[in-house]
Write a protein that binds this ligand. Sequence first.
Ligand code: NAD
Length: 447
Amino acid sequence: MDVNSPAAPAKPRISVIGTGYLGTTHAVCMAELGYDVIGLDVDAAKLDLLRAGTVPFFEPGLPELLTKVQGGGRLRFTDSYAEIAQFADVHFVCVGTPQRKGELAADLQYVEAAFSSLAPHLDRKVLVVGKSTVPAGTAVRMEQLLASQAPCKDVELAWNPEFLREGFAVQDTLHPDRLVLGVRTEWAEQQLRAVFAPMIESGTPVVLTDFATAELVKVAANSFLATKISFINAMAEVCEATGADVTKLAEAIGHDARIGRRFLNAGLGFGGGCLPKDIRAFIARAQELGVDQAVSFLHEVDAINLRRRARVVDLGQELLDGSWTDRRVAVLGAAFKPDSDDIRDSPALDVAAAIGRRGANVLVYDPQALDNARQLYPDLQYAASAEDAVRDADLVMLLTEWREFRDMSPERIGTLVRRRNIVDGRNVLDPAQWRAAGWVYRALGRQ
Ligand SMILES: NC(=O)c1ccc[n+]([C@@H]2O[C@H](COP(=O)([O-])OP(=O)(O)OC[C@H]3O[C@@H](n4cnc5c(N)ncnc54)[C@H](O)[C@@H]3O)[C@@H](O)[C@H]2O)c1
């Protein structure tokens, strides 16, 4: 280690740049672990909410923790890069990396803006840590940016990909499966080990890597998960053609410990702010690197996933005797998955919009995601409750598996609808129970 470098402080002061789903959770959890934390964003409305103690999105357990750490004075928010540069020893960059419009590649403008805004204020040796999911090669470019724009020439970079799941974000941040530390020097490693000391002391495995591996770990993990989901959805297509039942198939192959049962739920497929754009960005980066063949299967993973949405529309149409025109359809679910209000690339809303375009009279209900859905899909109609959504419906489509929908009573719902038709887009209802209550039940990958 460079003897002139400052040793890692026992409790580094932390900044978190970008207070979205990832950044807010990270900032709050770091404060919960006892660190002094400052969160920065460029979105003034989001900062106002956070300063007032309101989490700007739905994440179980996070509001309570925000209130607690703000009460303890360990977390505050700002829009000033000068302020965070003066304050923090370690800066986490958590800004978004969405898909570029009209392309497969990731849009890195927010990452570049965050580094460019921070660098000119860095006049002492600190560690900047990239947490955003980025294409391989980004860290090296950001390192060069810091070297050319930071007044202090000893500023270091690390990459520390994040694996939290929305809906379990607090638990995943405080008790991660593993910590991946992409570092160049022992000094950077020691800073990160100091930041993550509580997790490391409680036994969280640490994987030390170079930058490129740290960047790739995240997209490789998401590619694997997406492939597993599309694998079982491909099997669902075959099950439909053979009369087999994909839920039994998943149960049976899932008992093999080498395969495992998780992520083998056939249904409407994946969406959200990560899996779809991460596999597409991986395809784009692999093309630039000349290794597109290595990930060409991801095109198929994406195609299988999108085909599920079309298949759900077909199933609904069959139940409506071939025509959507003026039929009342209740869509249960708008979030891309339960326990989240995230509607980025939501399969449920994609299907709702598709059947709306075909002339159906669609009423969407979701326990948490209605505000977001209204903004992105202003042309859809929204209901205040599941019961309001299904009233007088010709067809009910369960498209996001919230517990509230899984627990619905077919008898009770049956008294509200006009026709007892249901598409279970997530394979979470008991077909025998629904059929016994007089429903025509259809699902993906089973009869
Ligand atoms: N959401 C997840 O579950 C999750 C999990 C793991 C990794 N990730 C990755 O984390 C990153 C962030 O994802 P997210 O879901 O939190 O996105 P998000 O859109 O919820 O949040 C991004 C935030 O960055 C802010 N921002 C944009 N430009 C900025 C700038 N120049 N300076 C400061 N703030 C700026 C935005 O205002 C926004 O609040 C992405 O790369 C994503 O792939 C997300």
